[in-house]
Design a protein around this ligand. Structure first.
Ligand code: GTP
Length: 483
C-alpha cells in the first residue's frame, strides 16, 4: 500500500490513501491526456493518483475505509480549491482551471495566432487605411504569440532557456511596437520607422548583454521599462490630442494601455525598490502575478477594444463618404440641404435674416479643355479651399454639383451677404492658381439672396439665388448679383 498526500505539497492534510483496485473514467482521461504529452502538465500528486486509477488501484481513507479513485479525484479538486483560495488571482485562476503556466502559454499562443489569422483574413475588405492598421495589429499579435511559444519550447528543453528569455521579451516588445504603429495608422499620424526599429534592436542587444553577463535583475528592469514606455506611447497616441467627440472607445483603450504601462513600471522598479524576487518568468510573487494578470486581461480586452475602434473608424469613414464631396472634402448637396433646413427653422424662431450665395466658376469648360480634366479637378479643390478660408465657422458651405458651390450665411443681412460674396469673388480672382508649370486664371459669378421673414423656405431661397446667379452670368461674369 502506498500513502499519497495530494495536499501535502501545499500544506493541506492528506485526505486519502491509494492502493491497487478499482478504476475510474475521469482519472483515466486525465492520465491519458498526460501520457499523450498534451499541454496538461499534471502535478506529481495528481499524476500518481491518475496512474493509480488507470492501473486499477483503489483508494482508502485514513480511517481505513475504501474509497473509489473517483472520490480521490474529487478530493484532489477540493485540495486545489483550498490552494487557490490563498493564491494571487492569476495563480488562483490557473489552479481552479487546473492549468499550469505552460498550459496558459499554449493557449495564449494559439489565441494570438488565431486572432492574427482572423484579422488578416478579413482585413482586405476594409478601406486601405484600416486594412494597413489591421495588418500591423495582426503582425503584432503574431509576434506576441511567438513570445509565448518560446517559453513553451524552453519548458520542453527544445530551446535553451536564455535564448527563450531574451527572444520572448524582444518579440513581445516588437509586437507591442506594432500595436503602436496600428494606432498611428488608424489616426493617420506619422511615426518614425527608424526610431521604432531602434527600440526593437536596443531591446534585443540589452537582452543579449544582460543574459550573457548574468545581470538578471537589470534585464528584468530594463525589459519592463521598455515595455512600460511602449505602452505609454500607445496610451498617448490614443488619448492625445483629445479623441473626436463620441469616440469614447479611444479613451477606454487609452486608459487600459496606461494601466498596463503603470504595472510594467512597477515591475521595472521592483528589484530596486520593492525587492520581490523575480528571476524567472514562472516565479510566483505578487509583482510577477500582477504583470501576467495585466498582460492576460490586457490581451483579451485590448483585442476587443481594437475591434471596436475598427468598427468606429469604419462608421466615421462611411459618415464621411455619405456627407462630404469626395473631391473637395466639403459638404455634399444632400447634407447641405438638411443642415440648411435646420438653420432656417432656427432663424424662423429667432426672426433672424439668412442669406444664400450660389457660386459658379466662369468658363470652367475651357479650363478642362485647355489644361485637362486633372487640372480642372485641382482647380475645383483650390477654389473650395480659398472660399472655405474666407468663411466663418458657422457658415454652411457645399459643392452643389459640377463647378457650382452654395453658401448659407446664418444671421446675415443682404448687404452683409453681398460684401461677403464680393470678398469671395476677389479672393478667387487673386488666388493665382497653378497646375504644374501652368498658371490658371479663374473667376466666379455669385448670386445673392436673403430671407428675413416667413416662409423660411429653402427651395424659395435657392430659386432666388439661382436667378441672381443667372443675372451675374448674363451681365458679363466675374461679378455679384442680388435678387
Ligand atoms: N474637372 C472637372 N470638371 C468638371 C467637374 N464637374 C463638372 N465639370 C465641368 O465643368 C464644366 C461646366 O461647363 P458649363 O456648364 O458649360 O459652364 P462653364 O464652362 O463654366 O461656363 P459658364 O458657367 O457659363 O461660365 C463642364 O465642362 C463639366 O465637364 C469635375 O468634377 N471636375
Amino acid at each position: 500500500m502506498r500513502r499519497l498526500s495530494p495536499g501535502a505539497e501545499n500544506g493541506v492534510a492528506s485526505p486519502c490513501v491509494i492502493e491497487p483496485s478499482g478504476n475510474n473514467l475521469s482519472a483515466n482521461a486525465l492520465y491519458l491526456a498526460h501520457r499523450v504529452g498534451t499541454c496538461f502538465k499534471l502535478r506529481k500528486s495528481e499524476q500518481a493518483l491518475c496512474e493509480a486509477a488507470f492501473f486499477g488501484r483503489q483508494g482508502f481513507q485514513e480511517s481505513g475505509e475504501p474509497v473509489s479513485a473517483h472520490f480521490a479525484a474529487v478530493e484532489f479538486v477540493a485540495c486545489r480549491r483550498r490552494e487557490a483560495d490563498g493564491a494571487f488571482p492569476l495563480q488562483a485562476l490557473l489552479i481552479r482551471a487546473d492549468m499550469d503556466p505552460y498550459t496558459l502559454y499554449t493557449l495564449l499562443t494559439l489565441a494570438s495566432v488565431g486572432k492574427a489569422g482572423v484579422i488578416l483574413l478579413v482585413a482586405p475588405q476594409y478601406p486601405a487605411r484600416i486594412t494597413r492598421a489591421m495588418h500591423s495589429w495582426a503582425l503584432g499579435g503574431l509576434m506576441t504569440g511567438m513570445n509565448f511559444a518560446l517559453f513553451i519550447l524552453a519548458g520542453r528543453a527544445l530551446v535553451p532557456e536564455p535564448v527563450a528569455l531574451g527572444g520572448a521579451v524582444t518579440l513581445a516588445i516588437g509586437g507591442t511596437l506594432l500595436v503602436f504603429v496600428a494606432v498611428q495608422e488608424l489616426r493617420e499620424r506619422a511615426y518614425s520607422k527608424f526610431a521604432l526599429l531602434g527600440v526593437f534592436v536596443l531591446t534585443a542587444v540589452s537582452n543579449v548583454y544582460t543574459l550573457y553577463a548574468g545581470y538578471d535583475k537589470l534585464r528584468i528592469s530594463t525589459n519592463s521599462a521598455w515595455a512600460a514606455a511602449v505602452f505609454f506611447m500607445i496610451a498617448s497616441a490614443l488619448l492625445r490630442p483629445a479623441p473626436p467627440s463620441g469616440r469614447s472607445i479611444y479613451r477606454v483603450t487609452g486608459v487600459l494601455a496606461l494601466a498596463i504601462s503603470v504595472v510594467l513600471a512597477i515591475r521595472a522598479v521592483n528589484p530596486l525598490i520593492l525587492g520581490a524576487p523575480i528571476v524567472h518568468p514562472m516565479d510566483e510573487n505578487w509583482v510577477q502575478q500582477l504583470t501576467y494578470s495585466a498582460m492576460l486581461v490586457g490581451n483579451v480586452l485590448g483585442s476587443l477594444c481594437f475591434g471596436l475602434i475598427v468598427a468606429e473608424e469604419l462608421n466615421a469613414e462611411l459618415h464621411q463618404l455619405a456627407s462630404f464631396d469626395s473631391l473637395t472634402r466639403i459638404y455634399n448637396r444632400r447634407v447641405f440641404e438638411n443642415l440648411a433646413t435646420d438653420e432656417l427653422l432656427r432663424a424662423r424662431s429667432k426672426r433672424e435674416p439668412v442669406s444664400l450665395l450660389m457660386i459658379d466658376i466662369d468658363h470652367f469648360k475651357q479650363v478642362n479643355d485647355r489644361h485637362g480634366h486633372a487640372a480642372g479637378d485641382a482647380a475645383l479643390v483650390r477654389v473650395a479651399e480659398t472660399m472655405e478660408e474666407s468663411l466663418r465657422h458657422r457658415d454652411l458651405f457645399c459643392r452643389y454639383g459640377g463647378e457650382e458651390f452654395g453658401v448659407l450665411l446664418p444671421a446675415t443681412t443682404q448687404e452683409q451677404a453681398q460684401r461677403i460674396a464680393d470678398r469671395l469673388r476677389l479672393a478667387t480672382m487673386h488666388a493665382g492658381f497653378r497646375y504644374g508649370e501652368e498658371a490658371i486664371s479663374l473667376t466666379v459669378s455669385i448670386g445673392v439672396t436673403c430671407i428675413d421673414r416667413p416662409p423660411y423656405d429653402l427651395s424659395l431661397l435657392k430659386h432666388s439665388a439661382d436667378r441672381a446667379l443667372y443675372h451675374a452670368k448674363q451681365n458679363g461674369r466675374n461679378r455679384v448679383a442680388v435678387v
